[in-house]
Design a protein around this ligand. Structure first.
Ligand code: NAI
Length: 327
């Protein structure tokens, strides 16, 4: 079988070629996106895998069908770039990677939580200026004396809860749909849970219910000086309300791996370009905010899983017409 991987990054290539060798299939890696202009190049191929985050042209599914391609194996968890209905109309099965490594994201959340709680950003800035003093601005809390609220106790939230438990913290949870996690005290009311927490970590999906779940109102229920970590999706936090909470001292500090208007910026190099987004500029300028470019997932294990699971799913669809990872 001959499989083409679009949008390939250097770090993915070796995993793809090794999979091809082990499974005896021919692998072709290209950096370009799948578009209407290059779909005709697929006539000699049996299957494809993609990584594009922007929406596909609705005509792509018919074009794929015409060249004999029956599936698209996405290499991400998200699948909002696909039009499921259009794909189904043209018999294209789409698969995603539901979970490539919950630990990767959970460990990053814990890492950022520790950085906030230990004031690492402030200490680093002082030391860079050869200021080696200690004072109340950098005195820390210890996780074992804190209550951590995990909002969204699914695959990643469960691992986060476990890791925070490992530090001796009291872990509480808010998840209306899944309360199956040991050592977590669940609350049915979000505001009550928020009012009990010293640090909140978000692990919910992006949907209408979770849109701006951290807003001016929920922030008003936070303890004074609470910490916020968001490694879920940008839209879960109303960034303007967060900035207000930080300016008023209600929130001590926040770590954002995701940002509601991240799409023009994250994963791109802006080192020689100016940033137009005033809110992002504000976030980047502050020492009480840690920004990272949606990178929590980015471990070798996760990348290997993303490549291999997508290729396994492609094979499954070609051989059996279905896959457990079909969206
Ligand atoms: P999951 O589906 O396993 O867990 C999500 C949990 O949230 C579920 O238990 C669900 O019941 C709960 N939930 C749904 N609506 C809720 C609500 N309104 N309030 C509270 N809980 C609610 O998802 P998973 O795999 O744990 O992913 C969590 C988040 O992490 C997703 O937003 C995903 O996009 C994001 N993510 C971020 C990455 C990064 O690199 N920063 C990488 C991978 C995932």
């Amino acid at each position: 079988m001959k499989i083409k991987l679009f949008d390939i990054r250097e770090d993915e290539k070796n995993f793809a070629y090794s999979w091809g060798k082990v499974n005896n299939h021919e692998i072709v890696c290209v950096e370009e996106h799948l578009t209407l202009d290059n779909v005709s190049s697929l006539e000699a191929f049996d299957a494809i895998s993609t990584q594009q985050l922007h929406k596909y042209d609705d005509d792509i599914y018919e074009a794929l069908n015409k060249v004999g391609i029956k599936q698209i194996a996405g290499r991400t968890a998200g699948f909002d770039m696909f039009n499921k209905e259009e794909a189904a109309k043209h018999d294209i099965k789409i698969t995603n990677i539901p979970a490539y490594s919950p630990n990767a994201i959970a460990e990053f959340a814990v890492c950022r939580a520790l950085e906030l709680v230990r004031n690492i950003n402030k200490i680093h800035k002082r030391v860079t200026n050869q200021d080696f003093t200690w004072d109340e601005n950098v005195i820390a809390n210890e996780l074992r004396s804190m209550t951590i609220l995990v909002i969204g106790v699914g695959r990643i939230g469960k691992v986060s809860a476990q890791l925070f438990n490992g530090f001796g913290a009291k872990v509480i949870g808010y998840d209306p749909y899944d309360q199956s996690c040991d050592n977590v005290e669940f609350f049915d009311d979000l505001k009550e849970a928020i009012s009990k927490a010293d640090l909140i970590t978000l692990h919910v999906p992006a949907n209408d219910e979770t849109m701006h779940m951290i807003d001016e109102e929920t922030i008003s229920y936070m303890k004074n000086g609470a910490y916020l970590v968001n490694t879920s999706r940008g839209i879960t936090v109303d960034t303007k309300a967060l900035l207000k909470g930080l300016n008023e001292g209600k929130i001590h500090s926040a770590a954002l791996d995701v940002y509601e208007h991240e799409f023009d910026y994250f994963a791109y190099d802006y080192s020689n370009k100016s940033i137009e987004d005033e809110i992002l500029k504000d976030l980047l300028s502050r020492d009480d905010v840690l920004i990272s470019p949606h990178i929590a997932f980015y471990t070798k294990t996760a990348v290997q899983n993303m490549v291999e699971i997508s290729l396994d799913s492609a094979l499954e669809v070609i051989n059996t017409g279905k896959s457990l990872n079909e969206i």
